[in-house]
Design a protein. Sequence first.
Lengths: 247, 641
Amino acid sequence: MDLTLRVWRQESPEAEGRFETYRAVDVQPDMSFLEMLDILNEKLLTSGFEPIAFDHDCREGICGSCGVMINGQAHGPQRNTATCQLHMREFSDGDTLVIEPWRATNFPIIRDLVVDRSPFDRIITAGGYISAPTGSAPEANLIPVPKETSDAAMDAAACIGCGACVAACPNGAAQLFTAAKVAHLNLLPQGGPERRSRVERMVETMEEYFGSCTNHGECESACPKGISLDNIALMNREYLLSKIRSR
Amino acid sequence: MENQNGLDAKVPTGAINERWENHLADINLVSPANKRRFTIIVVGTGLAGASAAATLGELGYQVKAFTFHDSGRRAHSIAAQGGINAAKNYPNDGDSIHRLFYDTVKGGDYRSRESNVYRLAQLSVEIIDQCVAQGVPFAREYGGLLSNRSFGGAQVSRTFYARGQTGQQLLLGAYQAMMRQVDLGTVELFTQTEMLDVVVKDGQAVGIITRDLIDGTIDSHAGHAVVLATGGYSNVYFLSTNAMKSNVTAVWRAHRQGAWFANPCYTQIHPTCIPPSDEFQSKLTLMSESLRNDGRIWVPSRSGDPRPAEEIPDADRDYYLERRYPAFGNLVPRDVASRAAKLEVDGGKGVGPLQNGVYLDFADALGRLGEDTVRERYGNLFDMYQRITGEDPYLTPMRIYPAMHYTMGGLWVDYNLMTTIPGLYALGEANFSDHGANRLGASALMQGLADGYFVIPYTLGGYLAPRLGEKTVPTTDPVFEETRSRVRWRIEGYLTGGGTRSPDWFHRELGKTLWEHCGMERNADGLRQAISAIESLKEEFDHDLLVPGDGHSLNQSLEKAGRVDDFLELGRLMCIDALHREESCGGHFRIEHQTEDGEAERDDDNFSYVAAWGWTNGEEPILNKEPLEFEYVRPSRRSYK
């Protein structure tokens, strides 16, 4: 199939960006979306142009490095699929694809399709952990954890930190990312002792960087790992309880 | 050139089960108040690096941690699917530390260091405790206790797992522990920063040179010790299951500074990957080996059978692993399973549009366990397979084929994980120490975390204690300046090459040569051809490389160029090592050395040693040997029949 690509190009954080149009010809349906970009980049490079910069690494949908807007959708049209796992069989001959970096002011553009997602690390630094220094752990089976609890924690822990939730949100909110980590740790008995300080610090750090949640739910539809909105409800409840109790 | 002396592995004395404990009793300690007077550089934030940085920070050392990713959470450890081994014996099926030790030494085809492997088996137990305390959501039974499954190369169930995302959950645990130390100020994390050289003064590692990938700044960092946890080098083959950015650069530049490189030819092919679909393939995707627990591997009995898999009756199928290895069946170790698949495909029985795979069939498991159970165990893997191939494995068997996956070789380290450069350590896949010539499934995560959480935090003290009061070397020292200018000169070289070919082009060519001659099977003629082909390719690289852009901004082609340059030098050394090792063992299969029924034939009389290669600028590498002694597991021909 032949496609028209309109790709956001921007040399540096300060530079003015613009769309450039490229033709991608003879694209195979079994190719991945990023392989299609690889081929375009190889062509650009050997013709003396700079290739399009984009973040990617594992290409198995787990490292969370990749992610672009494709025709306005974070990670493109296929649900529960990160950009690297998207294959060209999802598109048809003659399609035009508009490819942009994550749309979020709190993720400034570094170059082309690469953005700075470091605020996510700051949220984790503010309590997104269980304090269990090496060597201090009790025997692993000492504390039984009901299977349902453990499964629910795992569902939340599946977040890959790609930032699609923020990119899809009209307010640029990071509630889904933050809530997934709060839920993962607060659901488990091991996370109990730091439950309150964790949710308070994480939420407050999140609010320093990101917009407010107004329940659009776009984050959930864009999430490549199917992280549920229920986590946000859980986080809000934990936050409220914590605030009430500390009064 | 060959050197028989000079390698002291510093293995403690005593009975094998007492060595680590004896060693701990002997190691010099740094008192809590003095730890903050030492700066430790940790390069890489995968399982080994993040766990080391977190633990060293908890102990009170000043840690500087480096990753070329934009966050500490993205290292390739995150992609490990199946699980982590530990000798907990929760299933009560006869597991023990000794059995895990035995399985690992045997699985490694008697080419690993017994004492290291025993320690690994001992520490495995503590790793699980540690990870559970951090909140790693391992799979559990309905009673709330931890669940286990079996894995290749073992006859017990000792693998702990978190769905098909065990690596992700373990890495997030280590990353979060590290970020806690960032919060507390003991760890300073440098993201998007690539290490480009080690600084060595008077024979000791005193710092590193880095490049900021966003603005190109070349920087210097001094430390009392440098810890490399930068992973393996499977990407030398271009097509592998490793992440696209995984590379050998940190390790290779350390090698060029004097760290010996051990067993570079020990590479592992993973038997269950999705076969390539076309020539544009950028990487290969692994399907966890855990699938072999419930999937049955087969090919049509008749080559070129045109029927779709579902229409081929049992009588016309060859379940070749079950037939050839009745005791282990579909759970034979990776090297055995991989070669068996190659044999079938080479014999014309390959399946799929390019006839480049074998079937991994879940029909029996779906019938026996029901779709819900299968979905719970492997749901995410089935989904991933469907996204990539467009086929539904609940309805039709998966197609799989072996791919490059892991490298057992790496920097030579002693029992303390120190390389041949004092003060320079190597952890996890970056070192060579525990897996011999073949690694068992679910053991990489175990080793990365053992090294980072439980070995380096102790052994480092032994090196540092006598250095109390010593200041770090100032980064204005001539040795730093010299190393910095060498790094700059190298980068300038790539940018002003003015050739016509991309870094990827060279990488792809190198990969083809290595896969053909130094892949699943090797022979002397092929290896000689490969060495000369790689030499010409390197020459072409030096003259015909094209890297657009500049060095002062994000330039992914420039990053790639440096990595490919190192891969070219490494690829040559791999072939030299494979050529010198006139035997077959584990992942190193020399077709000249096989038994009548096609199994690997070791030569313990002549090759029971670690081959540690020393870099000589422009000359042939020097071979140093560490003899391997087996006191507790008697080498025998591995049999999985």
